[in-house]
Design a binder for this molecule. Structure first.
Ligand SMILES: [Zn+2]
Length: 227
């Protein structure tokens, strides 16, 4: 599904991956195990070859976001960019299963059948880095959901790829902090920082795009977490 000019949401196994077009393609997250075929067939439908996909950015390392990564890299030869802690987890083969109800049960089963092996890949990406993708894609460390969690912000037209910091369920935008008190504090700070960017659309790791009064809603979510 095209969500903005040159930006596509792809329902992968257990989560949503996003493809950003251009001469070279960038993928944000690689879905759960078994996702590579779906993502690659979408790439081909856009009349691109797998080798046009040169970059995979990760929001964080949970099985429902990186399970499809090994097969994607094999097919495309893409570079992986992520937070240093995410790269450490990938290189160590430490891939949490995520916690997404039925879909994660499925993912857990796939994980048992085909665990994600350590991958010696990746380039660290620092908070605040702006990558030259469609006029500028900023990496924003959020923590909150997990210590390796990054969001990505496409400056034109103000699209926020929120990973699992935010999800959309039953039409509502929700914050999904981890259980530790520090993760709650990080989430509050991240929500306030993201609100200042005044996003037009939130593209979450789970759920459909969200377009309704986002900045206000992010501030409200931060206030609720602080109560
Ligand atoms: Zn997830």
């Amino acid at each position: 599904m095209q969500v903005a000019p040159g930006v596509y949401a792809i329902r992968s196994v257990s989560s949503t991956a996003y493809l950003i077009g251009g001469v070279e393609l960038t993928l944000i997250d690689a879905g759960g195990p078994g996702s590579a075929r779906r993502i690659l067939s979408y790439v081909q439908r856009l009349e691109h070859s797998p080798h046009d996909l040169t970059r995979v950015l990760l929001t964080h390392v949970d099985l429902d976001h990186v399970g499809g990564l090994p097969a994607m890299l094999e097919a495309t030869g893409a570079r992986v960019m992520a937070h240093p802690e995410a790269l450490r987890r990938i290189r160590a083969g430490q891939v949490p299963r995520g916690e997404r109800g039925l879909s994660s049960t499925w993912a857990a089963l796939r994980h048992l059948l085909a665990p994600v092996r350590p991958l010696a890949v990746g380039e660290p990406i620092a908070d605040g880095t702006v990558l030259p993708i469609l006029g500028g894609l900023e990496a924003i460390w959020t923590g909150g959901h997990s210590p390796d969690h990054m969001a990505y912000f496409l400056e034109q037209p103000r699209l926020l790829f929120s990973g699992d910091l935010l999800q959309v369920g039953r039409g509502h935008l929700q914050a999904v902090p981890g259980i530790a008190p520090t993760e709650r504090t990080e989430t509050v700070a991240a929500l306030r920082r993201l609100a200042e960017l005044d996003p037009l659309v939130v593209l979450p790791g789970h759920g459909p795009p969200y377009r309704d009064n986002i900045a206000l809603r992010l501030v409200r979510l931060a206030e609720i977490l602080e109560e």
